[in-house]
Design a protein around this ligand. Structure first.
Ligand SMILES: O=C1O[C@H](COP(=O)(O)O)[C@@H](O)[C@H](O)[C@H]1O
Length: 236
């Protein structure tokens, strides 16, 4: 993991943005997997603003959703779908055929995960995965546990996830999560990890110890050869 210590959130976002833009200029035909959340939001806003200057680098981009809250309406204000649509899909004019996504309220959640695995099989691997990390060290909805799951799966949401700002504002709580598994994430060719938040200090410190454990899913990123981690210094 290549760690870049940044003075604040803005600097962290700018550095990640420059890396991503340079990757897209080198090859605009990429499968990008962006996570939801506040850590990555600044980066998405910069990408949206940049579309006005250099639309061509986004015209062959395909986006795949990392995770989704299960059992809530996809078009509702708190879904990952709405988050991605507002901050990436609409501003970057990503057409339907260039978007792959978990349905938030499928009739059969297991079948929905199998469908996503097939999509990844056919159209993957992910070129660039953009990750934040939960307060408890989760990636997507791969929550700390004594074992982790490789492929797309139904996740039991941890109290930390259910207390996140996104979930807290939901009138009806999600009953489960739909997420890519750890193997799918780790098969990404490149990973950009954004770490920020006073409330994550303790977990970030543990991550920097380089001890790989299923109780800190983000620690598995130490096994990947190309992780670019941008760390907001106010979080260490
Ligand atoms: O629940 C989640 O949280 C992390 C981090 O969210 P943030 O708001 O603290 O940045 C997010 O990256 C992950 O995709 C999501 O499942």
């Amino acid at each position: 993991m290549e760690i870049h210590y940044c003075s604040d959130y803005e600097k962290m976002t700018q550095m990640a943005f420059e890396r991503l833009i340079s990757e897209l200029r080198d090859n605009p035909e990429q499968l990008l997997c962006p996570s939801k959340g506040t850590s990555t939001l600044g980066l998405y806003k910069k990408m949206a603003a940049h579309y006005q200057k250099e639309a061509a680098i986004f015209e062959r981009l395909t986006i795949i959703k990392l995770d989704e809250w299960g059992g809530i309406p996809g078009c509702g204000p708190n879904s990952s779908e709405t988050h991605l649509k507002t901050y990436l899909l609409d501003p970057l004019k990503i057409t339907e055929e260039r978007y792959i996504s978990f349905d938030s309220s499928p009739v059969d959640a297991k079948k929905e995960c199998d469908r996503m695995d097939n999509e990844i099989q056919e159209r993957g691997p992910i070129d660039i995965c953009i990750l934040g990390m939960g307060k408890n060290g989760h990636l997507g909805f791969n929550e700390p546990a004594n074992h982790l799951i490789p492929n797309c799966h139904i996740a039991e949401l941890s109290p930390t996830s259910l207390m996140s700002s996104m979930a807290e504002s939901m009138p009806d709580k999600p009953s489960y999560g739909l997420t890519m598994g750890m193997a799918t994430i780790l098969q990404s060719k490149k990973i950009i990890l954004l770490l920020t938040g006073e409330d994550k200090k303790h977990t970030i410190k543990k991550l920097l110890n380089k001890e790989i454990t299923s109780f800190l899913p983000a620690s598995f990123l130490w096994l990947h050869p190309q992780v670019y981690c941008y760390l907001d210094k106010s979080s260490v």
